[in-house]
Write a new protein. Structure first.
Length: 311
């Protein structure tokens, strides 16, 4: 069964994605048609290249898009459609929703990432989504650095109807996760979501700690964690790519949640991620509220980025 497949709650999400993605200085949804009005030549391609780079699409993906466009059409009128097709081609392979098979019980999700990217919020939203789908959820409050993190999760747990397992301040985060796994097994819970403290990918000590949590989970169930979900803040631009590479090298990331797409007029980072990393984008977030969270759809995202001017 596909978990979190587009549900009723996502309706209206596309409209918000579109307006929030393009808040401020709209990029590709802007005057693309105008840019290509006189046909495609070196000058328009260079202007497009600049637009793409400013939108955080990154050097590699920008080059690939400009080259593809140059090959595919000379006609300015077809250019927007051609670009849309190329972007969709890049994004489509990443649209692989998180699948929770019936056999994996509890299904274990480990949420990781650098400080402040939106891990705790994402864990709360996920818990809410799974409970709404009829699953029982245990949240492991494994950020034991910040007392406020436990309170933040307790609130999400109350709203979602999920059990939150925590220990005293400064407890060993691996022990908290173990505790949550044991609780979930004892109760026959469907899903365990572990929130972890933010850490820089360059902090060897904290990355070791995360690897330890990962090992504890694997010892509990050799198939777990079933999902190592890296939470990336879209507004961090190209730095998010570096984070993804480092966390992936160390832990083996299996999916991405991309947050704060509302906080940037540069949603092109998603295209850069698609070009550079073969990691599925599971979820995207465009705000702090529960409804500002949805399963990633390549088509929706492409349309939101490269909208018709008339729309
Ligand atoms: N605008 C916007 N804000 C978000 C989004 N997701 C999370 N936030 C906000 O970002 C801030 C940090 O979110 P947290 O969920 O606490 O981030 P975290 O990764 O758990 O942070 P640490 O545990 O400190 O590493 C909070 O104020 C959230 O409400 C989003 O998609 N858009
Ligand atoms: Mg947190």
């Amino acid at each position: 069964m596909l978990s979190g497949s587009t549900s009723e709650g996502d309706s209206g999400f596309f409209g918000r994605l579109r307006s929030r993605l393009n808040r401020g200085r709209a990029w590709l949804a802007g005057d693309l048609a105008g840019l290509f009005a006189g046909g495609i030549d070196a000058e328009t391609l260079e202007a497009l290249e600049t637009e793409l780079l400013l939108a955080d699409v990154g050097v590699e993906a920008t080059q690939a898009l400009v080259d593809a466009l140059q090959r595919s059409t000379k006609n300015g009128e077809d250019a927007v459609e051609a670009l849309r097709g190329k972007v969709l081609e890049l994004l489509d392979p990443l649209a692989r929703p998180l699948d929770i098979p019936n056999g994996a019980k509890p299904f274990v999700i480990l949420a990781v990432g650098v400080n402040g990217t939106g891990k705790t919020t994402t864990v709360g939203k996920l818990a809410h989504r799974f409970v709404a789908e009829g699953r029982s959820v245990v949240i492991a409050a494994a950020d034991t650095f910040r007392a406020a993190a436990v309170e933040q999760l307790a609130e999400w747990g109350r709203r979602a109807g999920a059990t939150v397992v925590s220990q005293a301040d400064r407890a060993d985060p691996a022990a908290v996760v173990h505790d949550a796994l044991a609780t979930a097994r004892a109760r026959g819970a469907d899903v365990v979501i572990a929130d972890t403290a933010g850490r820089l990918h360059s902090d060897a000590g904290l990355m070791d700690e995360l690897a330890k949590i990962h090992r504890v989970v694997s010892r509990f169930d050799t198939q777990a964690p079933h999902e190592t979900l890296l939470v990336l803040d879209a507004s961090q631009g190209q730095n998010a790519l570096v984070q993804a590479e480092r966390f992936n090298d160390r832990l083996g990331v299996t999916g991405l949640a991309i947050t704060k797409l509302d906080g940037t007029a540069r949603g092109g980072i998603v295209i850069a991620i698609a070009r550079r990393l073969a990691l599925p984008i599971r979820f995207v977030a465009i705000g702090e509220a529960i409804e500002d969270f949805a399963v990633f759809s390549a088509g929706e995202f492409t349309d939101a980025l490269i909208g018709d001017r008339a729309a």
